[in-house]
Each structure stands twice: as structure tokens, then as C-alpha cells.
Write a protein that binds this ligand. Structure first.
Ligand SMILES: *[C@@H]1O[C@H](CO)[C@@H](O)[C@H](O)[C@H]1NC(C)=O
Ligand SMILES: *[C@@H]1O[C@H](CO)[C@@H](O)[C@H](O)[C@H]1NC(C)=O
Ligand SMILES: *[C@@H]1O[C@H](CO)[C@@H](O)[C@H](O)[C@H]1NC(C)=O
Length: 489
């Protein structure tokens, strides 16, 4: 048995050292590669790895398991724990040569086997940063290509580009992706498959794009305490080189607003809210009337987020953020803003017994995916309301005192609360009090009038009683001088 295995070993050794072709292994600069050891020999085989024509091994492992590594390679080499394959980390350009693995088995007699590996270069040239909308061109280069080698591409999301309609893949390992977006920012991989092995060449692609737009409207309400915030910014810093080269410099930009059809007279008229003056330095020119605020501009971290304190129903509509680059490149983000409002009729005060209408509205009929949920004051006469969805229009047929207070209307979509709006309804007994007051006043006025009348009448009466006496007196007075005169005469 011993002899048979020894004989077989010799045959393998002869075959390996003489007949075997070089084994090709692909690697990328900066990457990692494993050169596989032949499954040959007993467990206590001596493994020695050589680089090129060097006579001193890079790394060796003796039958007792002791490893020695060349100082120059110390940081980059290791042997796999299971089969002592060679692992090369952080591959350098000068590593693309041959490696040799020598195995020596001393049992039963010394036999050697040598395998030669050729480390071959696969690479993808880096590309300069792209603006969203531009085309991406990549090429997967292989120095020495053998038959049966295949290349394919993976996007940053690890999707195979064969299934991407935007992609054109050439037989020479080239890839063109039309009209890239922010999603394409990241690491692109060329996957090289050969002889049951696989190698990866990775390159990093920067795609400058504004953050993805909200596909759904932004919901807020007139009683929202937080300002309306419309994001418009680049998720990754702009490359430093851009601010200096004239190629892709920001030339201008603006925020525009198209009011909703229901919002009033300015329907359909595009208003410019903010203009970006290219400077230098970049600066916003803000339409002051609308109480807007735009984020500070920084050199490489441009943030065009628009915010507005105090939301009103006039803010309903479509907002567009546009950033213009040289060479007619523009990036745009469009978003719709919906403002929830609670209308009470009558407002702000209703009287007990009156009919009160409450309407929760976005200024247009609610779409079927939206649900309204009312939260009346705790003791409201309308309770219980039943489970939501509730109607957007609520009528209190006869308002009571306990209907007064904080009415809230919430807007929900698929188990998520979008926004809510609040009003404070005042229910008063004012009409009763007024009538009482009016009656009291009227009574008081009548009383005063009667009093005045009585006084006048009494005085008149007195005057009438006095009048004849005065007449007598006057007669008397008239009479009195007469005797005087009489006496004179
Ligand atoms: C952009 O500006 C807005 C508003 O000023 C701010 O809330 C946000 O945090 C900023 N974003 C970044 C990434 O700086
Ligand atoms: C409440 O709404 C109904 C119908 O929608 C209307 O007839 C009524 O006049 C409204 N009442 C008030 C006080 O607005
Ligand atoms: C509702 O939300 C759940 C998870 O939040 C999601 O799986 C589902 O698709 C949504 N349904 C609709 C109709 O949007």
C-alpha cells in the first residue's frame, strides 16, 4: 500500500512539475487574491511560495506548522488556515508576475511538486464625477485573456446590468449606461469568470444628483408648528475639483412655485420665489414677501433647502428647485405641497342651538387613498363618532356648550398619519344674554323716560296751580301802584 501511494505521488509529482501549465489568476490593484495550493501530499507537507525567479521563499510553512514570511511582504501575505493557499492583500502593480508553489512531502520519501501561477491584471479605469443625466462609460480591461473568460457588470445595488435597459455591454468588456441618476452613485463591479474561478474589478463612480424627489406630496397643515421644509440638496459633497475647473460650475438656479388650482386667483401662474445669483460668491435673492428662508450656501456642500414659517392655504401647489450648471446641464426637483385646513361655519363663535358645519379640506376633494379622522372635544354631543374613516364634512345640528373646544382633524394614508389640523370652537349663550340685556336696558330706558315724564308733568301741574296766584299778585302789584298814583293825583 505504501509503495502504491508513493508510486502515485511520484506520478503526480512528475505530472505536476512537468506537464502542468501555468495557472492564471486575475487580480486588481489594491485588491486581494488567493493562489490555491494543489491538494497534494500528506498533512505534514512543506509548503513554500516563491515570487518570480526569487530563490528565497516569500512564505513557507514546515511540516510542524511553523511559518516564516519575507520581511518585505510581511503585511500583505498570509496562508489560508485550511489548505495553506497563498492570500495576497493590497495587490501592487509590480505583483503581476509569476508565483510558484513548491510542496515537499518527506513521507515515505521526499517528493516535490511545483505549481506556477500567473497573476494577471484586471482593471476598470476610474471615471471623473458625472452629473445626473450624463452617460457612464466603463471598460473592464484584462491584460492576458484566455478562452472561456467571461465578463459581466454589477451596479452599486449588485444588480446585473444584463437586465438593465439603460445598459449597453460590449464584447470587449465595455459598458455604457445611459442617463445615470443618483442611484448609480457607488461601486461598480466587473465580474470576471474563468476556469471555475471568479475575480472582481471594482471602481467607484460619483454621480452628482439632487436627493430623490418625494413621489408623494408633502403634507402639512395651517396649524403646523414646524416650518414647511422643502429639501433640495446634494447627498454627496460636490467634488472639490469642480469648484475650480470651469467645466461643471454652478451657473444659477431658482425655486419656482405654481399655486394649486383651488388656491385662488393666481392659478397656473408660475412665481419665482428665489433666484440663485452665481456670484462669486453664490447668493440667494429671495422674494421677501412670502416669508421664505433659504439655507446657507457653502462651497462644496450646497444646500438649497427652502423653508417657510407659518403655513397658509396659499402655500398649496407645486414647487420646483432648479440648479443650472455650465454646458446647459440642469438638475430639477419637483414636489407638491398639500395644506390641510379646518373650516368652521359659523366662525369663530357659534351660538347654542345653531347648526355648525366643520370641513376638513386640502382645498380640493380628497383622493380615495386618504382618510379623515376627527377628534372632537371630550364631551362633544357628536360622540361617539365611530371608527375612522370619517366624512370630511361634519355637521353639528344643534350646537351645545360641550361642543366648544379643541376640534382636531387628522389626515391618514395607509395607517400613517400625514398631518393634522386644529381649531378651537367657541359655543356661546350670547343671544340669551343679549336679549336679557336688551330687555333690561329697554326697561331702564322706559323707566327713565317715565320718570322724566312724571317730573315734567308734576312741574307742569304745579305751574298751572301757581299761575293764577301769580296773576293775582300781578293784579295786586298793578293795583298797588294805582293807589299810589291815586294818592299822587
Ligand atoms: C439643509 O438645510 C436645512 C434647512 O436649513 C437643514 O434642516 C438641513 O439639515 C440641511 N441639510 C444638510 C445636509 O446640511
Ligand atoms: C351647513 O351645510 C349645509 C349643507 O352643506 C348648508 O345647507 C348649511 O347652510 C350650512 N350651515 C352653516 C351654518 O353654514
Ligand atoms: C401600506 O403600507 C405597508 C407597509 O407600511 C405596505 O406594505 C403596503 O404596500 C402599503 N399599501 C399601500 C396600498 O400603499
Amino acid at each position: 500500500m505504501k509503495y502504491v501511494s508513493g508510486f502515485l505521488s511520484i506520478i503526480i509529482a512528475l505530472f505536476s512539475s512537468t506537464g502542468a501549465e501555468d495557472v492564471f489568476v486575475y487580480g486588481q490593484v489594491g485588491g486581494t487574491v488567493t493562489l490555491p495550493r494543489l491538494k497534494w501530499g500528506s498533512e505534514s507537507v512543506l509548503v513554500q511560495w516563491y515570487f518570480g525567479t526569487d530563490t528565497k521563499p516569500l512564505i513557507s510553512r514546515n511540516a510542524q506548522g511553523r511559518e516564516t514570511i519575507d520581511d518585505q511582504w510581511k503585511d500583505r501575505l498570509s496562508l489560508s488556515k485550511t489548505d495553506f493557499s497563498l492570500i495576497i492583500n493590497n495587490i501592487r502593480l509590480e505583483d503581476f508576475k509569476s508565483f510558484k508553489c513548491e510542496l515537499k512531502d518527506f513521507r515515505p520519501t521526499q517528493i516535490n511538486t511545483v505549481t506556477t501561477f500567473r497573476l494577471s491584471h484586471v482593471s476598470v479605469q476610474p471615471v471623473s464625477p458625472l452629473l445626473a443625466g450624463e452617460n457612464l462609460n466603463l471598460k473592464c480591461d484584462i491584460k492576458e485573456i484566455f478562452e472561456g473568460t467571461q465578463r459581466r457588470w454589477l451596479s452599486p445595488q449588485k444588480q446585473d446590468l444584463n437586465e438593465d435597459k439603460r445598459a449597453k455591454i460590449g464584447n470587449d468588456g465595455s459598458l455604457t449606461v445611459m442617463s445615470v441618476t443618483g442611484q448609480d452613485n457607488g461601486e461598480w463591479t466587473c465580474v470576471v469568470t474563468y476556469q471555475d474561478r471568479v475575480a472582481y474589478a471594482i471602481t467607484s463612480v460619483s454621480v452628482i444628483d439632487l436627493i430623490p424627489a418625494h413621489s408623494q406630496p408633502i403634507y402639512t397643515s395651517v396649524s403646523s408648528l414646524s416650518p414647511l421644509r422643502l429639501p433640495c440638496l446634494f447627498p454627496i459633497p460636490l467634488p472639490l475639483s469642480w469648484s475650480d475647473s470651469q467645466e461643471k460650475v454652478i451657473q444659477g438656479g431658482h425655486w419656482t412655485f405654481t399655486p394649486s388650482a383651488a388656491a385662488g386667483s393666481l392659478t397656473g401662474v408660475v412665481q419665482t420665489l428665489v433666484n440663485l445669483s452665481p456670484g462669486p460668491p453664490l447668493a440667494w435673492v429671495v422674494n421677501q414677501e412670502r416669508g421664505l428662508d433659504v439655507s446657507a450656501l457653502r462651497r462644496n456642500d450646497l444646500n438649497f433647502t427652502l423653508s417657510k414659517k407659518g403655513v397658509t392655504e396659499g402655500d398649496r401647489g407645486e414647487y420646483t428647485c432648479t440648479v443650472e450648471f455650465q454646458r446647459d446641464y440642469t438638475l430639477k426637483r419637483r414636489m407638491r405641497v398639500e395644506v390641510l385646513q379646518l373650516i368652521s361655519s359659523p366662525f369663530p363663535v357659534a351660538f347654542v342651538g345653531q347648526e355648525v358645519n366643520l370641513t376638513c379640506t386640502l382645498g380640493q376633494p380628497l383622493t380615495s387613498d386618504l382618510e379623515v379622522k376627527w377628534i372632537p372635544p371630550r364631551h362633544s354631543s357628536l360622540l361617539p363618532l365611530g371608527s375612522s374613516p370619517h366624512p370630511a364634512h361634519l355637521t353639528i345640528p344643534e350646537a351645545r356648550d360641550r361642543d366648544g373646544g379643541r376640534w382636531s382633524c387628522e389626515l391618514w394614508k395607509n395607517k400613517t398619519k400625514l398631518t393634522s389640523v386644529v381649531i378651537t370652537l367657541k359655543i356661546e349663550r350670547v343671544p340669551m344674554d343679549v336679549w336679557l340685556l336688551v330687555t333690561i336696558c329697554a326697561a331702564a330706558v322706559i323707566f327713565i323716560l317715565l320718570l322724566v315724564l312724571t317730573v315734567i308733568l308734576i312741574r307742569r301741574h304745579r305751574q298751572r296751580v301757581m299761575m293764577p296766584r301769580r296773576g293775582k299778585r300781578r293784579i295786586c302789584r298793578c293795583k298797588d301802584p294805582k293807589p299810589k298814583g291815586f294818592y299822587r293825583n
